[in-house]
Write a protein that binds this ligand. Structure first.
Ligand code: ADP
Ligand code: MG
Length: 590
């Protein structure tokens, strides 16, 4: 007795219809899904010509009886659901009973299968949907599915395929998604007759990630938390380990790697200003939730899902992920030029290059628990001055464990502390300080200050029009500005956190920033403006800094969140240990 049944019409009509197979990668996706649904622990995938000539997937799963092999390639025949309501507690990847049928209708299909308890297996040969041969065969248990000459008889569809190399890349990407979410299954991948990748069954996702991407353990921040709908776990990349593309971002729900339209948005909210634009962090975010909370029946290729309570879920996700990120940065990983892994240490060679990462790993050293800094201003808000930087009282009680050594190239502040040295980029550091202050004041709706002498600005017609266009945003920022006639405006109040002596300049910075981001989302527009304001009101490279001011900067940086990078994502400081120096000078062994 087989287990595959045809779905009734009421069910099939409610299942998202559409093209299932458009290229070799979708053949691979469907066949591997079937192998995983059959509880395979070893899966082998081989392709030729990028999968256009052939795809073969073999597994050691539960196999199919003769009856089932004879039914499996028919449309809407499945062993996974019987009614539409079964989707509420679906635990398999497949459920439509369409994949093998779709493949059979566009290629030559060969299925061989043997359940473990049977002495022999069954083989069917199907050509463009027509059964050509059935045989009893001797084989190991499990299933082998071969798909030859995809779209051979459908030149119009074949035309849309890319070069074999491109198709092979897409196949590998598809496989990658499966390998990440099924670490307990071993995979072997061959292309053009050569073994390209092998990963045995692993005990954890992290082990699989290391197999796939190399030892990036140090660059990953593990997380796990509960949300209303279920459990979320995985890894976020450190904000200093970035990629030019989003290829290293994976989002999975109940072990389906899907393209959730809000995922990028979630990540941008989580990383915010910790990373520069156009650079992307690594992210492996896995959600396990009750199947009734998520709709998998959205996309015929199973690419998308929809959440029942999407908005709440998305907000919870941002909140928890951001918390995990901040917590891990605050704990501060030691080691700057040297990652803590022995492999990275070996990789190190003079001159200063961090071989493993494109950007250095930056610990939030000033926030580490083991280097607590005395805060003489606990509970008090720090005076925010744009000129002269630090008021006298700020410098009084300077962090005693740091010794200011001097300024390098009129730009970098050199400090010594215990067995380590720190090189701070004065502009980047001050920019972060200013940004966090300004942002905090903006968020708490700190009031504006009325100018004793309102400033009238002759801006010209174009600029005046811009001011009026952005009046709402300017007001939100704390500027009170009115039209004054003759293409002029009058500035009556400015945000409390700006110095009146630089009212005009600050106003123009904001206006420019708003103007340059009119296409952006309002909150992004404001954020960009705040960043510009921070940048323009921070000290610059080559501005002269006294020792007192250097200590003041250090002190303020120590109370600043996200202190390891500036709002544009550049590092604010570098750290080097005495031991690192000794190694560089070859005073000690390696
Ligand atoms: P679905 O996966 O949606 O059920 P498919 O067309 O992919 O539809 O497969 C049809 C049926 O064939 C499955 O429900 C399953 O019972 C059987 N099947 C397909 N591939 C395998 C496999 N590798 N091992 C065991 N059974 C399989
Ligand atoms: Mg399937």
């Amino acid at each position: 007795m087989g287990i595959i049944r045809p779905l009734d019409e009421a069910t099939t009509t409610r299942i998202a219809a559409g093209e299932v197979i458009d290229r070799p990668a979708s053949v691979v996706r469907e066949l591997v899904d079937n192998a995983l649904d059959a509880q395979a622990t070893e899966i082998e995938v081989s392709i030729m010509d990028g999968g256009i000539s052939s795809v073969e997937v073999s597994d050691n799963g539960i196999g199919m009886s003769r009856e089932d092999v004879l039914l499996c390639y028919h449309n809407h025949t499945t062993s996974k659901i019987s009614t539409f309501e079964d989707l509420e507690h679906l635990s398999t990847l497949g459920f439509r009973g369409e994949a093998l049928a779709s493949i059979a209708s566009v290629a030559f299909l060969d299925v061989m299968s043997r359940p473990r308890e049977s002495v022999c297996g069954t083989r069917i040969v199907v050509e463009y949907g027509e059964l050509k041969d059935v045989q009893e065969i001797g084989m190991g248990y499990g299933t082998v599915v071969r798909v030859n000459q995809l779209f051979e008889r459908l030149p119009a569809r074949k035309k849309f395929l890319q070069s074999p190399m491109q198709e092979a890349k897409l196949v590998y990407r598809e496989l990658l998604k499966k390998m990440i979410v099924f670490p307990e299954c071993g995979f072997l991948y061959r292309s053009e007759g050569r073994e390209r990748f092998r990963s045995p069954a692993r005990r954890s996702t992290l082990e699989r990630i290391v197999d796939l991407f190399g030892d990036i353990t140090d660059e990953l921040i593990p997380f796990e938390f509960a949300v209303n709908e279920g459990r979320v776990h995985g890894f976020l990349g450190r904000p200093t380990y970035l990629k030019p593309q989003k290829n290293f971002q994976f989002f999975a729900v109940n072990r389906r790697v899907v393209e959730w339209k809000l995922f990028s948005f979630v990540l941008s909210q989580v990383y915010g200003d910790l990373i520069p634009p156009q650079r992307h962090p690594l992210a492996f975010v896995f959600v396990e939730m009750d199947p009734s909370e998520v709709d998998v029946n959205v996309h015929p290729m199973k690419r998308e899902v929809r959440f029942r309570r999407e908005h709440d879920f998305q907000q919870a996700l941002v909140h928890h992920l951001r918390q995990s990120l901040e917590k891990s940065l605050a704990l501060g990983k030691s080691g700057f030029f040297f990652s803590s892994s022995p492999a990275a240490k070996e990789a190190f060679s003079v001159p200063f290059v961090h071989e493993k990462t494109e950007t250095p790993i930056l610990p939030d050293f000033l926030l580490t628990e083991d280097h607590p800094l005395p805060n003489p201003y606990e509970g008090e808000s720090l005076p925010a001055t744009e000129t002269g930087l630090f008021s006298e009282e700020n410098v009084e009680d300077v962090v005693s464990s740091y010794r200011f050594v001097g300024v390098l190239f009129a730009t970098y502040l050199l400090f010594e502390k215990g067995e380590e040295i720190f090189i701070i980029d004065q502009h980047a550091a001050h920019e972060r300080i200013r940004y966090e202050e300004i942002k905090a004041q903006y968020q708490t709706h700190s009031s504006s200050q009325e100018l004793l002498h309102p400033v009238s600005l002759h801006l010209g017609r174009e600029k005046t029009r811009e001011v009026l266009m952005h009046k709402t945003e300017l007001e939100r920022l704390g500027f009170d500005v009115e039209e004054f006639g003759n293409d002029s405006v009058v500035l009556r109040a400015i945000p409390a956190y700006l110095s009146p002596s630089r009212a005009e300049e600050a106003f123009e910075v904001c206006l420019d920033a708003l103007e340059n981001h009119t296409q952006a989302h309002p909150s992004e527009m404001i954020e960009e403006t705040l960043k510009q304001l921070a940048c323009k009101t921070a000290i610059k490279a080559h501005d002269h800094i006294s020792a007192r001011e250097a200590y003041g900067l250090l002190e303020r940086l120590s109370h600043t969140p996200n202190s390891s990078s500036c709002p544009h994502g550049r590092p604010t400081f570098l750290r080097l240990s005495k031991q690192d120096l000794e190694k560089l000078f070859k005073r000690t062994g390696f």
